[in-house]
Design a protein around this ligand. Structure first.
Ligand code: NDP
Ligand code: ZN
Length: 175
């Protein structure tokens, strides 16, 4: 049964990301990605409520004016610290952030790793369908290669998620 706490996290994320769009040519509402990541985890059998809440909140600090203190006040320390594990330091250059995602992946908690895997799976599924606005084909291929390096450092977390990711990597001849 879906909890009120979970619905409140989704409501909060939908409000905060309401003006944002994904990078696909249709400019899909950003919240679709958050719903997809949560759905991937539930479909995998995950019922840990804090994990599902952190999944829908995973970009809210990185991409909106929300602070970790806001999250802690509304959703508690467990959810807030999971989101902290999923938040890149935006003061760093993009190249450095991408390198740190690879480097820091093994140190994440198992629950954060689940969300990272689901996040990558949804992004790669989007990229399989269509190239983002303004991206070259080469940039799309580079994203698959980078995502695989992150995923390789998250392995041993969930066989079902990793098998779905591996199907995508196999299609790109990256396995
Ligand atoms: P990213 O490469 O980080 O963009 C991908 C991110 O955008 C995803 O991780 C996802 O993040 C989000 N996203 C939104 N819509 C989609 C979608 N439809 N499909 C997949 N992902 C989507 O882009 P940045 O603009 O942050 O650029 C950073 C890096 O890109 C640079 O470090 C550089 O290496 C590289 N770059 C390469 C170029 C090239 O031509 N090769 C040119 C310019 C930059 P989330 O889950 O957070 O939503
Ligand atoms: Zn994401």
């Amino acid at each position: 049964m879906t909890s009120l706490d979970f619905m409140k996290s989704l409501q909060f994320a939908a409000q905060k990301h309401s003006k944002q769009r994904r990078k696909d040519p249709d400019s899909t509402p950003y919240v679709n990605h958050l719903i997809n990541v949560g759905t991937i985890l539930v479909d995998t059998g995950i019922r840990d409520e804090a994990v599902l809440m952190a999944a829908v909140l995973h970009d809210v600090v990185e991409d909106t004016d929300t602070t970790f203190a806001d999250l802690e006040g509304m959703f508690g320390t467990d959810v807030s610290s999971l989101v902290r594990e999923l938040t890149d330091d935006k003061s760093l250059p993009k190249e450095e952030r991408k390198r740190l995602q690879i480097e820091n992946a093994p140190r994440a908690t198992r629950r954060a790793k689940l969300i990272k895997l689901a996040d990558k799976l949804d992004n790669l599924r989007d990229l399989q369908i269509i190239t983002p606005r303004g991206w070259t084909e080469e940039r799309r291929e580079e994203y698959f290669v980078w995502a695989k390096e992150v995923v390789d450092n998250l392995r041993g977390t969930n066989a079902k998620l990793e098998a779905q990711l591996d199907e995508i990597f196999a299609e790109r001849n990256l396995l």
